[in-house]
Design a protein around this ligand. Structure first.
Ligand SMILES: Nc1ncnc2c1ncn2[C@@H]1O[C@H](COP(=O)(O)OP(=O)(O)OP(=O)(O)O)[C@@H](O)[C@H]1O
Ligand SMILES: [Mg+2]
Length: 236
């Protein structure tokens, strides 16, 4: 296996109850890439992310992460192995302060996770200003920064974000995009993100996988990652 490959999904099948949603999803991600997974509502993007992170059982197929078969590993073990996950809708602890949310990130990050709260505050100064504020009272964009910061505390090799721009005002989306690019450049973080927002995709995606009805039907690479092509795939 090539050493620059960090993640490989091979023919993944998964679903809910007896209903298959993912129907043979394959993809390969190299270290340090920023890759978008795009597609219309309900095609299975979030299901794919849940399967990847271990919150949903894989029926068939394999997930290989840093040359290790993680298909059967539970989510907490995958987190310790280097997965970081920011779910759709963010999911911060709304009754806890910013600071306390970040402390939970330290716990989730486990003994191998570097303690990075100061680094989080460098990328997201707004969180430092608001570190004693109760998370549930902050704006959508502030909560998204917190959710990303909490994942960053675990020092993930692979950060997985499910629609980071959803419900976030454009100026903060821009800031988040810059931060994600800095994680890659400065920390070497590989990033896979689900997104339907054209501006966000164009701002950060180096490659895109297109998902339709539980399958990856094509990909856009290099100079094919244009606004027109992406828009056509999203069928806006
Ligand atoms: N917990 C669940 N139980 C049963 N079915 C589910 C569950 N979660 C999602 N589904 C179904 O799986 C399919 C794919 O949903 P999923 O959330 O993965 O789509 P998505 O591409 O992320 O959509 P969106 O763009 O709206 O976020 C949908 O038909 C959805 O109704
Ligand atoms: Mg979704």
């Amino acid at each position: 296996m090539s050493t620059d490959r960090i993640l490989e999904l091979s023919e993944l099948w998964a679903g809910y109850g007896a209903t298959p949603i993912l129907q043979g999803v394959s993809m390969t991600i190299s270290r340090g890439e920023i890759v978008g997974v795009i597609g219309r509502n309900g095609v299975g993007k979030s299901t794919l992310m849940r399967c990847l992170i271990g919150l949903l059982e894989t029926w068939r197929g394999t997930i290989t992460f840093m040359d290790q078969d993680v298909t059967q590993l539970p989510a907490d073990a995958r987190a310790r192995a280097g997965f970081g996950y920011i779910p759709q809708g963010r999911d911060v602890f709304s009754q806890m302060s910013v600071e306390e949310n970040l402390q939970v990130g330290e716990l989730i990050g486990g003994p191998k996770g570097k303690k990075l709260p100061e680094l989080v505050y460098e990328y997201f100064p707004r969180l430092k200003e608001r570190r004693r504020q109760i998370a549930g009272t902050m704006s959508g964009g502030e909560q998204q920064q917190l959710a990303i910061g909490r994942a960053l505390i675990g020092n993930p090799s692979l950060m997985i974000l499910d629609e980071p721009s959803e419900g976030v005002q454009p100026s903060i989306v821009q800031h988040i995009c810059e931060a994600l690019k800095s994680f890659r450049t400065e920390l070497g973080t590989t990033i896979v993100f689900v997104e339907q927002n054209l501006d966000t995709i164009m701002a950060i995606a180096e490659r895109c996988y297109i998902m339709e009805k539980g399958k990856i039907t094509r990909s856009l690479t290099g100079e094919d990652v244009t606004a027109d092509n992406v828009r056509a795939q999203l069928l806006l």
